[in-house]
Design a binder for this molecule. Structure first.
Ligand SMILES: Cc1cc2nc3c(=O)[nH]c(=O)nc-3n(C[C@H](O)[C@H](O)[C@H](O)COP(=O)(O)OP(=O)(O)OC[C@H]3O[C@@H](n4cnc5c(N)ncnc54)[C@H](O)[C@@H]3O)c2cc1C
Length: 232
């Protein structure tokens, strides 16, 4: 079983890209010996201006160990107007220092899944861990790898260019996106792309996760073949 060592560390923001109206992509520095299992997250720890207690929130690592070896990892963060920590993260500038804890988390591609077809399902920023898991698994398997993503509208779609690159590079990879405002929900794509022999990985908010999980169980996918990461 792969294990990683976690620690508290200081990190510098080295790049920030505004991906959509409310989602930012952060590049932050790590020590050269930082390594993680794709799917894991780091927690950001921030001082709370209003109270004495510090705030701590987990964020999935979007990049791979190739980038970590170069001294950085990347995060994809949705800024919530009424949130506690994300309005503070929104104010960060390149060069600012933050405190982090990690890598942590058990959401990773299981040994059993590595010999099976895999379907990854996300809505919104739930795509984050898959941007790290997909390149890792595509380098190692000939089985089918499918990504199903849901967003509100075209302008909310994340990492289009990177996903197109995966499609061009690997012919066992397919990507399907559905827009809730005009086309429907990820559940309908799951119906049309259903594979009874696949393992399923789902990431996003709890309502979507519960509904997709139930749908898969009703279709006789065993619970042990469904892996979940809830963001709320
Ligand atoms: C393992 C794990 C990994 C995570 N990875 C990411 C990530 O890669 N990117 C990311 O943006 N968030 C991620 N989250 C969510 C993140 O940790 C925070 O919960 C989120 O940023 C809100 O923090 P806040 O302090 O601004 O809001 P809070 O003050 O904590 O809460 C605001 C409310 O918004 C809800 N909420 C949380 N996330 C969302 C969302 N995406 N859309 C709408 N409502 C939401 C919360 O449950 C809460 O009800 C992850 C959560 C977990 C548990």
């Amino acid at each position: 079983m792969e294990k990683t060592k976690f620690s508290i560390f200081k990190s510098k923001i080295t790049d920030i890209v505004q991906l959509t109206e409310n989602v930012k992509h952060f590049r932050i520095s790590v020590q050269n010996d930082f390594s993680f299992i794709p799917g894991q997250y780091i927690s950001i720890i921030m001082d709370n201006p209003d109270r004495k207690i510090k705030l701590r929130r987990p964020y999935s690592i979007v990049s791979t160990n190739k980038e970590a070896k170069k001294g950085y990892i990347e995060l994809c963060i949705k800024i919530l107007e009424k949130g506690n920590i994300t309005p503070l993260l929104d104010k960060l500038k390149v060069g600012d220092e933050i405190e982090c804890l990690g890598p942590l988390g058990e959401f990773k591609i299981s040994e059993e899944s590595k010999n099976k077809n895999i379907i990854f399902i996300s809505t919104g920023v739930g795509i984050a861990p898959f941007m790290s898991m997909i390149p890792e698994i595509l380098g190692k398997t000939n089985k089918k790898v499918t990504l199903i993503t849901g967003y509100k509208s075209e302008k909310d779609v994340l990492y289009n260019k990177e996903i197109k690159n995966f499609e061009e590079k690997y012919n066992n990879f397919s990507n399907y996106t559905i827009l809730s405002e005009s086309q429907g929900r990820v559940q309908s794509l799951i119906e049309s792309k259903f594979d009874k022999n696949a393992d399923y990985y789902i990431c996003g908010l709890k309502d979507m996760i519960s509904s997709v999980n139930l749908l898969l169980l009703k279709k006789n996918i065993l619970g042990k073949n469904i892996y979940l990461e809830k963001y709320d």
